[in-house]
Design a protein around this ligand. Structure first.
Ligand code: SF4
Length: 341
């Protein structure tokens, strides 16, 4: 089943102060006078962009340049068309690989709960395949990390010749070269986050309450007719979201699936899908958690946006936002004043 989920982006909410009884003094609206609409100032970036959860890929964009990621949210029209072309070509290769192991069916969803139910059904259908020793593709992962609900999709999970559970992440490249340091570090962080989420899911870390508290999903929401029909086709019976969610959490916890042993990144050439090379990533838990805390501090509004350091200023040369970037302007002004006479 394939469902496209979009990030929950939106604009600032208008609220009526009078509605909350917060107006006072001369600014208070007199009875019968038109109410003054005021904009509530967003408190954190998550609130500002109306995101109830983050994608792992949001954090990976941050590792490249946090300021650039913010500009991408604020000015999506600035994104160069080549970037979209690269993403489209990569998506086609991913879809072709996915179709090798299972069919993609279309299920009509009516509510947010339906959309999440489809992800849960995908997980429930893939658990027995993985238990039988086969490999699976496009496995959804989610959980709460450092107080924030995170979601992602693992490209492929399967077993190595030694019987170890292996995560395989496919990266497509526009040129016949392997990525260099900065991009590699972002990919390493991505697969490490997937491991954190997956390991949490199979060890009882995923709790139904997380979905209600963080995503505001309604436990008693009835599932749509097509979702119920699809659930019964894949062997599950549930009438509301909570029933399906509990089923998925229990199945994961008691699945006896191991935690991920190996993290492997495969680099392919976009033109002909040929393999350029593989990288095995060493999972360094403490370092990943430290990075995670740093990047999430931005989303929680605990620190200001940061652009690239001077050592990585080369990234600015091919950035679509270099002409408007405040971080870059501040850094170059700072360098001007520091320059010796
Ligand atoms: Fe980041 Fe440089 Fe682009 Fe500014 S110009 S957003 S610092 S890459």
């Amino acid at each position: 089943t394939q469902v496209n989920i979009k990030n929950d982006l939106g604009t600032t909410v208008d609220i009526h102060h009078g509605d909350r009884g917060e107006c006072s003094g001369s600014k208070q609206n007199s009875p019968g006078s038109p109410q003054i609409k005021r904009k509530r100032l967003p408190q954190t970036p998550m609130e500002k962009y109306r995101m109830k959860y983050l994608w792992v890929t949001n954090l990976c964009s941050q590792t490249w340049c946090e300021q650039q990621m913010v500009y991408e949210f604020e000015y999506p029209e600035f994104l160069v068309t080549e970037k979209s072309a690269v993403i489209n070509a990569g998506s086609s290769i991913h879809l072709a690989r996915e179709l090798e192991v299972h069919d993609v069916v279309s299920v009509k969803t009516q509510t947010r709960e339906d959309t999440w139910a489809i992800k849960l059904l995908n997980i429930l259908s893939m658990i027995p395949v993985l238990q039988s020793g086969s490999h699976i593709r496009e496995f959804p992962v989610f959980g709460v990390l450092d107080g924030v609900f995170m979601a992602g999709v693992i490209d492929e999970l399967g077993y190595s010749s030694k019987g170890e559970l292996e995560l395989r992440e496919l990266k497509t490249r526009g040129s016949r070269s392997l990525p260099r340091g900065a991009q590699k570090r972002s990919h390493q962080f991505q697969v490490s986050l997937y491991k954190l989420l997956f390991d949490g899911m199979v060890s009882g870390g995923l709790q139904p309450e997380m979905f209600f508290q963080h995503l505001y999903l309604k436990p008693e929401q009835s599932l749509g007719p097509q979702v119920i029909e699809h659930a019964s086709k894949v062997g599950f019976i549930a009438s509301n979201f909570k029933e399906l969610l509990e089923l998925a959490c229990l199945n994961l916890t008691f699945s006896d699936l191991p935690m991920i042993d190996n993290l492997k990144i495969e680099y392919c050439y976009q033109e002909d899908s040929s393999l350029l090379g593989c990288e095995f990533v060493i999972f360094e838990r403490e370092m990943v958690l430290e990075q995670l805390t740093f990047y999430l501090a931005f989303w929680k509004g605990l620190r200001e946006t940061q652009g690239v350091d001077i050592e990585e200023a080369w990234k600015c040369q091919r950035c679509s936002f270099s002409n408007i970037c405040e971080w870059r302007a501040r850094k170059s002004a700072c360098n001007q004043t520091k320059r010796p006479k």
